[in-house]
Write a protein that binds this ligand. Structure first.
Ligand code: BGC
Length: 434
């Protein structure tokens, strides 16, 4: 988390350097009601394998935790591995249509060239349970974790990494294609690169080209095996610096994306950050701009005209489930976010889906303190790992039932006059709310 947190703050500083724009005429809130999203909209929840499953086998990440005694121990995380049926029931009860999980390479291929049938059986049970509950599985092939033996070979520094990665991923695709999953090849490649550079000394440019090659090759393979598949690699939107941070990746993989998967969490607002929290202590201090999701969608609708856009991850962190310093509740944030999705759709952006990150709290890449779950779980202190609903559970259920927030919804948080989510457009042509 420390790495990731530093990365986000650094991105914000890049944004600050671009604060040169003059606010222009705002796009005012529409006079007619903002339409709802439609009953074909793909509501979902998202998680990764490593962060939720527990009983994690040897991997780059179990080793990073071992090497950093100051981080929280992973333990059994929130034990999705044994509790997947009840968690899937919670998702079904929300009414979501899509359930995103990761299929962990380290579990499937514990030794080079040796695949564990029991691991495939486990993921079969999870995928079958998702489908039996009436949801579609969204499967992530690589959510930043690879086997320990691959770490011994140098991870992404190893020229053979792409070949090893593809050998396993082809098996995964062959195994699950008949269930018609939606595929995420590599989760947030740039954040993955930042972690690997920081934690294992990988060369950034080399890794960028290798992950792009891995994505492009498996994209073609998935389409051979599952011709109508929907495949993406989701970008982690970086407010203020999206083109600089994710642009080079998109230049390499943009032709092989069936939809643009966008993860949106944080905005950037230098004066507020300086005034209220000069030294942010954690993710819960980072500024949240729900209207930023509108600009993130606009950014990609302009870069890829007509391509479907899907918010693959979105949510808001608290510190151990306590009220946030800005007073924003999970429920308010969710409603405001969906309001801006509706505005984006009303303005012609082709947004087709939204996944909440995440169904339950989980391991936030070094720490259990930042909490993103619709259901809180005190992984470090509660041996029963009870799932306790936050205020956003009832909210999400109502949103899904009604295909969005009501057309006359009034957002809790007003958008900034000039924000740096996607400069210059987000400052020169801002949005207003009723
Ligand atoms: C990652 C998740 C992470 C979430 C919240 C995303 O960047 O894909 O693994 O937990 O953000 O920080």
């Amino acid at each position: 988390m420390r790495t990731r947190f530093r990365c986000l703050v650094a991105a914000g500083l890049v944004a600050a350097a671009t604060l040169l724009f003059v606010p222009g005429a705002a796009r005012t809130a529409p006079e007619r009601p903002t339409s709802v999203l439609g009953d074909d909209f793909l509501w979902g929840v998202a998680a990764s394998g490593f962060q939720s499953e527990g009983q994690s086998p040897d991997s780059n990440w179990t080793r990073y935790i071992e090497a950093n005694p100051g981080w929280d121990r992973l333990g059994d995380s929130v034990d999705f591995r044994d509790r997947f049926r009840s968690d899937i029931a919670l998702a079904k009860d929300l009414g979501v249509k899509v359930f995103r999980i990761g299929v962990e390479w380290a579990r499937l291929e514990p030794q080079p060239g040796v695949w564990d049938q029991a691991a495939f059986d486990y993921y079969d049970q999870v995928v079958d349970a998702i489908m039996a509950a009436g949801m579609r599985p969204m499967l992530t092939l690589d959510h930043w974790v690879y086997p320990g033996w691959e770490a011994d070979r140098g991870g992404w520094s190893n020229p053979d990494m792409v070949g090893d990665w593809l050998t396993n991923m082809r098996k995964v695709v062959d195994h699950f294609a008949t269930r018609n999953p939606i595929w995420v090849t590599i989760n947030e490649p740039v954040a993955y690169i930042v972690h690997e550079v920081t934690l294992s000394g990988t060369d950034a440019d080399e890794m960028l080209h290798r992950v792009a090659q891995a994505h492009n090759t498996i994209y073609d393979y998935i389409h051979q095996v599952q011709p109508n598949a929907l495949v993406t690699s989701n970008v982690g939107y970086v407010a203020g610096a999206e083109s600089q941070v994710n642009g080079p990746l998109m230049d390499l993989i943009g032709q092989k994306l069936d939809f643009i998967g966008i993860d949106y969490y944080f905005g950037y607002e230098p004066p507020n950050l300086a005034a209220t929290s000069p030294t942010p202590t954690g993710m819960w201090d980072l500024p949240v701009h729900p209207e930023g999701i509108y600009f993130a969608l606009q950014h990609y609708s302009q870069r890829f005209p007509g391509k479907p856009l899907w918010i693959v991850e979105n949510g808001i962190p608290t510190q151990n489930g306590t009220p946030r310093p800005d007073g924003y509740t999970r429920s308010q944030h969710l409603q405001d976010t969906i309001y801006w999705l509706q505005r984006a759709k009303s303005d012609g952006m082709n947004v087709i889906g939204y996944n909440y990150w995440s169904l339950t709290d989980n391991y936030e890449w070094s720490s259990y303190t930042p909490r993103f779950g619709l259901y809180t779980v005190n992984a470090s202190t509660d041996p029963t790992l009870t799932r306790t609903p936050t205020d956003a559970v009832a909210t999400y259920r109502a949103i899904i039932t009604n295909d969005g927030v009501p057309p006359n919804y009034l957002p809790s948080h007003q958008p900034a006059d000039c924000n740096l989510i996607d400069p210059p457009a987000s400052c020169t042509t801002p949005v207003t709310a009723p």
